[in-house]
Design a protein around this ligand. Structure first.
Ligand SMILES: [Zn+2]
Length: 109
């Protein structure tokens, strides 16, 4: 089953110190300490979803920076907007507008 390892999600990072590109495994919901194999510079990579953390109460809204807050708000708004679109399309099936066609027809006569 070794070939399955090829399909494990991996992310490529470029070291800001020596420009070496290296891969590391993706671990959803976790924080990773990644070390550059060339110059040993350490990076902290976070796969933690901030919205999930907010929902779980693990993330304090007040500790977020302005940029992080803005990102989260945009993310939530797009999520709500797409959800709204999905629900409204369920409620109102798209129908051909027959009223307008009859009005145009009566004007022509
Ligand atoms: Zn490096």
């Amino acid at each position: 089953m070794a070939f399955l390892k090829k399909f494990l999600p991996k992310k490529v990072i470029r070291c800001t110190n020596c420009n070496t590109r290296f891969k590391f495994p993706v671990k959803p919901g976790k924080k990773l300490n990644v070390k550059c194999p060339n110059c040993s510079t350490q990076y902290v990579v976070s796969f933690v979803n901030p919205i999930m953390q907010l929902v779980k109460g693990q993330l304090n809204w007040n500790t977020l920076s302005k940029i992080e807050k803005r990102k989260l708000i945009i993310l939530l708004l797009t999520l709500l907007a797409s959800l709204g679109l999905i629900f409204s399309s369920f409620k109102q099936p798209i129908k051909p507008n027959s009223d307008q066609i009859s009005i145009i027809g009566s004007n022509a006569i």
